[in-house]
Structures are given as C-alpha cells and as structure tokens.
Design a protein around this ligand. Structure first.
Ligand code: PEP
Ligand code: MN
Length: 378
C-alpha cells in the first residue's frame, strides 16, 4: 500500500544553489564566533544551500554539553543576515518550535531521539498547526519504519506540506565500522511507499567519523537520495560535540567536488532499449528462482510429513552444517558474496523449518495459533 502524504516538491521550498543539495553547519552552535566563521566559510564554498546548527542538543548522558540554547538562535539569525543562507535547527518540543519560529529559522528538523516518541512528535505537530514552514523528519534511533512513517504522518496532518525525511542510520547491537548502521533497505522502503517524499542522507551521523563520509555520501547519491546533510566545523578538533565526524568547510568543498552525480534515468534510446532487454532477462531469472524455491518447498513438505510419521525431530544440526558448508563453497566458486549466500540460505532454511513445524503440529495448531494471536495484539 502506498503512503498518502500531501507534499510539495523539494525544489519549490529549498533554493538549491548547487547539485547535490547540501545542508551543512556545525553539529552544535558553540559561540557566536564559531558559528559565524563557519557560516562564512561554508557560504564561500558556493556549494551549500542551507546552514544547519544544533541549538538544543539531545545527549545520551546528562552532564555533556546540552546545547547553547536560545541565544544561539540570535547568532543563527545574524549568520543568515550576513551570508544569505537559510537556516535549519532541530526542535524537540513545542517551546523549541515557538522560539525557532520567532527567531526566523527557515527549516526545522526532528531528531532521531524525538522521532522514536509519538508523544513528542505529536507535541511538535500541534505547535506547528497553521504554520507554513519546511520540516525534515530524521529516522528514529531504532530500525522501525512504522515509527518514521508515523512521525511524517503526524507532521503532515498538522498541515506541513513542505516535508522531507532524513536518513541518519539506525542503532544496532552488531559492531560495525559505522556509528549508526545505514540499513539502506529502510530508506528504500520509505521511498517505495512514497516516491514524492524527498529523502536527504546524513552521512555524518551514519559514519561517526569523517573518513567514511565520502563513501556513504556517494552511495546515497547513487540511491537517488535528494541531498546530503553534512556536519562542518571551522576546527573539528576542538568541536564540543561530534568532533570525530565533523569536517572543515574546505574539506567539505573538496569532498563534494569529487562526487559523481548520476541521473535517475537516461533519455538515450540505445540505453533505454538495452536496459529494457537486461530487465527482461532479470524478470525471467527471478521467475525461475521462485519456481525452484516453490519446488524446494514442496520437497520440504514431503520431508516434514516423513519426519512426522517416523517421530524424527525437524532440525538435524549436522545436515544444516553440511548444507551451509557445501553451498557456501559452491557459491564462492560462482563468485557470489559469502555473506549474501549465508543470509539467503538462512532465510530459506528458516522457511523450511516453519513449514515443517506447521506439519508436525497440524493437529495441535489451533490452540497454539489462538495463544499467539493473543500475544500479537500490536
Ligand atoms: C544532529 O543532527 O546533530 C543530531 C543530533 O542528529 P540525530 O538526531 O540524527 O542523532
Ligand atoms: Mn551531531
């Protein structure tokens, strides 16, 4: 099902100075000097369309720098007057909204720690009722697409049609090179549900370190995201927050000049014909893969019945080990990624187990299903 949002195209509410759309500025406004100097340097790059700065900082632990507060809004106002750059700040409650509006901030964004909480999002939505201002909604900290969608819907219902999403990655137990796992598939799902919704990527908060930012930025652009929000500080080594992930305005300009901008489609006939042919081939193969999977499942069914009639358990660990080892080495020889192959086999095996469990418990199913339905009242 498609997501019904009433939104205006991004270029009708942001004056995009240069492709890609770049929102940049310090993680936090620290001092008037720091903000103004950074703003001027960013403006001078000619590549930045919007100046961002955190005024109220949601920190994981109390006692860390929690934002300079309202005074920072006046610095931001001055930065805008001097550079002409429109400004963006994070708001986390109704008071922030009121103050930001009163100070003439141009764009508001809702942070990841606020999107997780529908009470907070609703409070912000209520404060925005009847106001005409662009709002960007960051994904929630946890990988829950419904929460992200719910926040966008709440803001849209308040009458905000200049609406966009920011993809800043998700908290994960798994250790990785990233501060927040990109989990691109969630942003892609959102895009699929609502193709008109602009999605801006925030590589700074995904990476947590400046070295990886170019890689994530290019990937976001290749996935047809509409812009980038990258934190920049005139001297990242002394930044009060997120020091490791901020870049100087000069480094930002250099990085952006190296991005490759690709078009979402080409009008070249030769290209479109060739692409259509290749897609036909893919469609055929996908049909075959599904057909073979269905055949595999029907054998699973037989095995399940056979095990049931002979009182044998569903899972035999040795057999599963053998499948994994033989198939992954075959996959390697076929130049398939091992990680992908393992995930795929686990998915197929999981489904086999689910089906066999169904067969084994056919008689006992009703009571179990009733109990599960009781638990799953979401
Ligand atoms: C930020 O943009 O500085 C910020 C706090 O981001 P997030 O809400 O994505 O953590
Ligand atoms: Mn930050």
């Amino acid at each position: 099902m498609k997501l019904q949002l009433n939104i205006q195209p991004l270029d009708s509410w942001i004056n995009i100075k240069n492709e890609p759309l770049l929102i940049s500025g310090p993680c936090s406004a620290e001092t008037e000097d720091q903000l103004l100097s950074t703003a001027h340097l960013l403006k001078a790059t000619g590549k930045v369309s919007v100046l961002r700065a955190g005024i109220w900082k949601p920190r994981t632990r109390p006692g860390e720098f929690e934002g300079i507060g309202s005074i920072g809004l006046q610095w931001l106002k001055r930065a805008k007057e001097e550079t002409g750059l429109p400004t963006a700040v994070e708001v986390a409650n109704a008071k922030h909204v009121e103050e930001a509006l009163a100070a003439g901030v141009d764009i508001l964004w809702i942070g990841a720690r606020s999107t997780v909480n529908p009470f907070t999002v609703q409070e912000i939505a209520d404060a925005l009722q009847g106001v005409d201002i662009p709002v960007l909604v960051k994904n929630p900290v946890n990988p829950d697409l419904q929460l992200w969608i719910g926040a966008l819907e709440r803001i849209n219902k308040a009458g905000i049609t200049k609406l966009g999403a920011i993809h800043r990655g998700f908290s994960s137990f798994e250790k990785s090179a990233f501060r927040n796992e990109p989990m691109w598939e969630l942003a892609i799902q959102l895009k699929t549900l609502c193709p008109e919704l602009p999605i801006i990527n925030d590589p700074s908060h995904i990476c947590g370190n400046r070295e990886l930012i170019p890689y994530i930025s290019q990937k976001a652009l290749d996935l047809d995201m509409q812009g980038l929000m990258i934190e920049s500080h005139l001297d990242p080594s002394v930044a009060w927050t997120d020091a490791k992930q901020q870049v100087t305005p000069a480094a930002l300009a250099e990085m952006v000049s190296k991005f490759t901008l690709r078009q979402p489609e080409s009008k070249n006939e030769e290209f479109t014909d060739k692409l259509a042919d290749l897609r036909k081939e893919i469609d055929k193969i996908d049909d075959l893969v599904l057909q073979k999977l269905a055949e595999r499942m029907s054998i699973t069914q037989k095995i399940g019945e056979f095990k049931r009639d002979n009182q044998v358990t569903i899972l035999q660990v040795n057999r599963w080990d053998e499948i994994m080892q033989k198939r992954t080495s075959f996959a390697k020889a076929l130049k398939l990624d091992v990680n992908f192959t393992e995930k795929f086999l686990e998915l197929v095996h999981g489904e086999s187990i689910r089906r066999q469990t169904e067969i084994m418990n056919a008689g006992k199913a009703e009571a179990g299903i009733a109990a599960e339905a009781h638990v799953e009242t979401k």
